[in-house]
Design a protein around this ligand. Structure first.
Ligand code: SF4
Length: 224
């Protein structure tokens, strides 16, 4: 079994991080100004931890918390439209116990799955700099060390996909250009883990038809 205390220690250290000046200002500004519909809520406004089954075989990696989703609720893929679509697909394919991901204590449990983001703080316009990704990479590294049972990683979007490849490049001379990102594209990593590309469940992809329920649930069914 994975040691839960190590996870707790990791996250209690991470949520105090202030290494990226631009992101610290942005996450706090969003938390102070708030969106009108959440005006009476207290925003999280800090680095956002992952969640789920720490003994999971499947890891989902997104880009970063959303300004009024994870940065508000304190849980990635929680409380926004991306979370609504993602969890509908996860529930349909047996990866979660409920269809909604609204707030931290909403009863959501992931089944054999863990959810995190490559970057732990919300970036302006969802665009982190290369330097910010590099700085935060040490947290992803630590998380990967803690998730001992992984067999499959689903990277939600190209930045998460390339960041995960970078993780594996530390142990083998991978040529990142030889692993093009695409929805459903699957690659065997040096340690036997399958890395799978998946379009990000953002409204931008879902509303334009680039990604739909069938595409997402087919991919989720195939990884189990
Ligand atoms: S993005 Fe990562 S490294 Fe930068 S402040 Fe947030 S937690 Fe720290």
């Amino acid at each position: 079994m994975v040691n839960n205390n190590k996870f707790k220690a990791f996250y209690s250290d991470m949520i105090t991080c202030t290494q990226c000046t631009r992101l610290v200002s942005f996450r706090e500004k969003i938390a102070k100004e708030k969106r009108k519909q959440y005006i009476n809520e207290e925003y999280w406004g800090k680095p956002v931890p992952g969640y789920g089954d720490i003994n999971a075989k499947i890891l989902f990696v997104g880009l970063a918390p959303a300004a009024h989703g994870g940065n508000r609720t304190g849980r990635v893929f929680t409380g926004d439209k991306s979370a609504d679509f993602l969890m509908k697909c996860m529930h349909y394919t047996g990866l979660s116990n409920q269809i909604n991901s609204d707030y931290r204590d909403d009863g959501l449990k992931l089944k054999n799955a863990y959810m995190t983001a490559m970057l732990k703080c919300v970036p302006p316009k969802d665009k982190p700099t290369a330097g910010e990704l590099k700085t935060c990479f040490s947290y992803f590294n630590q998380e990967m060390e803690l998730l001992k049972k992984l067999r499959t990683i689903v990277a939600l979007g190209k930045i998460a996909f390339d960041g995960t490849l970078k993780y594996f490049k530390q142990f083998d001379d991978l040529k990142i250009k030889e692993f093009p990102f695409g929805h459903g594209k699957s690659y065997k990593m040096p340690n036997g883990i399958d890395l799978i590309g998946c379009y990000h469940p953002s409204p931008r992809n879902v509303n334009t038809g680039k990604l739909d329920f069938e595409m997402m649930t087919d991919l989720f069914n195939n990884i189990q």
